[in-house]
Design a protein around this ligand. Sequence first.
Ligand SMILES: *[C@@H]1O[C@H](CO)[C@@H](O)[C@H](O)[C@H]1NC(C)=O
Ligand SMILES: *[C@@H]1O[C@H](CO)[C@@H](O)[C@H](O)[C@H]1NC(C)=O
Length: 159
Amino acid sequence: MPFTLCMMAPGFHSSASFLVLLGCLFIVPESGAQRPVVTVTNSGNVQVFRTDTANLSCSFVSSVPLPVYTVSWYKLNNDGSQEAPFLVYVTNSPVQEDANRLAELGLTGRVSFLPDLTSITIQETAQPDTGTFRCEVDPIFPGGGVAASVDTNLTVVCP
Ligand SMILES: *[C@@H]1O[C@H](CO)[C@@H](O)[C@H](O)[C@H]1NC(C)=O
Ligand SMILES: *[C@@H]1O[C@H](CO)[C@@H](O)[C@H](O)[C@H]1NC(C)=O
């Protein structure tokens, strides 16, 4: 809308259009500043003994208040490729589990979000849990942002 006004402003022929242009100059940078820039962090890689609980931390900050976002957890394939997330949280909605993906990963019934709704906990770890987990945060509202993620390598060792 502000852009449309800018394009239609005939120039500096009258003080009125000059004012329109001035208004655009102020409005456009302001809406640019509303665009969320999300930074996602963890507290490093995790190593646990087999059967122990592994907490994989994830937290994020946003450049502007972010009332609506999605947190998705993936486990990467050995070649680094990414498939469907096994756990998804969308602000103010129930946690969504992908039963098929959880079964493929052998994680059924052993993984859930921690109370912060970004970190996860894996119970009764087994050696096949070893691998790279990805926490991705996708800003939904305000819009215009891009998803950001952090990878955590989990290593399950024998006692
Ligand atoms: C995992 O996080 C939960 C909740 O914060 C905590 O109670 C538990 O002690 C943690 N477990 C490990 C192994 O860090
Ligand atoms: C996790 O492991 C992968 C595969 O071994 C490696 O390429 C990657 O750099 C590691 N990532 C971190 C955060 O240590």
